[in-house]
Design a protein around this ligand. Structure first.
Ligand SMILES: C[S@@+](CC[C@H](N)C(=O)[O-])C[C@H]1O[C@@H](n2cnc3c(N)ncnc32)[C@H](O)[C@@H]1O
Length: 262
């Protein structure tokens, strides 16, 4: 049986064997796609991982999969789309394809291309998502909103008692800083590819409630563990590299004391 507040130092496929089916409310993770970065451990059979996650996710649970593509000899790998098809074939719905746009992407000469500044955030769902706590924003211009309403009898012909909503869901392109402003934990940057903490917070709040079970199958420096814990979710994770597990435990000790097991 799995223990919470634990990072298993192993291949996530081995962690799946510890779990009953229909156990996880949300997985949020970023896979070691292509060979963009050098990791200490590297093993990535996407089909088996997608199938494992499908079995272990509760009906109505989601997998939030953050992934980009590498360009090799002028040709994009499209790994992100290959992953999406693997999850679809495993049984998930592709519920939403969101964009994680970087406010401050790493400066690089992209040749005859615009500067690469985003990754995909696929929300794969096991059936219809059971939880959705959308981030909203205030609607400032009520009139402008009304003028775009189209009814059976024409534009802007709203019932007299119509009350325009005061807020609406945000768009599905999310902007985050990367690099040193994405976490206050200096130690985390010993890992080459950490999540912006705000991204993890936004997505966990959206798709889960307090007490729900959050998993990261590629835990890296422990960003998911930190944010899930601060948001009062139950969490556990897998990380194949013992060095990164040590790093994550050191990082998390500031928030959780020495209690994180590995
Ligand atoms: C993109 S990083 C994740 C970083 C993490 N989101 C963070 O904020 O630090 C991917 C991680 O997956 C780990 N990894 C690669 N293959 C794995 C596997 N089969 N099972 C578990 N972890 C794996 C790598 O060692 C690496 O730390």
């Amino acid at each position: 049986m799995v223990k919470f507040e634990t990072i298993y130092t192993e291949n996530c496929l081995d962690t799946f064997r510890r779990l009953p089916d229909d156990f996880i409310d949300m997985t949020i993770t970023s896979p070691p796609y292509d060979d963009l970065r050098e990791y200490n451990g590297y093993h990535f059979p996407v089909k088996a991982i997608a199938e494992g996650l499908f079995a272990k996710t509760k009906p109505g649970g989601v997998v939030l999969w953050v992934v980009g593509d590498r360009t090799v000899n002028g040709d994009e790998t499209l790994s992100s789309f290959k992953h999406a098809f693997a999850f679809k074939e495993a049984g998930f719905r592709v519920h939403d394809t969101m964009i994680y746009a970087k406010n401050n992407p790493i400066p690089s000469d992209c040749g005859k291309r615009y500067r690469q500044c985003f990754e995909y955030m696929f929300c794969f769902a096991k059936g219809a998502p059971k939880t959705f706590n959308p981030i909203t924003q205030a609607i400032k211009q009520e009139k402008a909103f009304k003028s775009f309403r189209i009814t059976k009898v024409g534009r802007n012909d709203l019932a007299h008692d119509h009350i325009a909503p005061k807020e609406r869901k945000v768009n599905n392109i999310f902007f985050y800083n990367v690099g040193t402003s994405s976490s206050r934990d200096k130690i985390a940057f010993q890992h080459p590819a950490i999540f912006p903490e705000q991204l993890v917070e936004d997505q966990i709040r959206t798709w889960t409630n307090e007490g729900d079970v959050v998993y990261d199958c590629f835990m890296g420096s422990g960003t998911t563990a930190k944010i899930a814990s601060l948001l009062d979710r139950q969490w556990f994770g897998s990380e194949i590299s013992a060095e990164y597990v040590k790093l994550a435990r050191q990082r998390l000790s500031a928030y959780l004391g020495e209690q994180v097991a590995a």
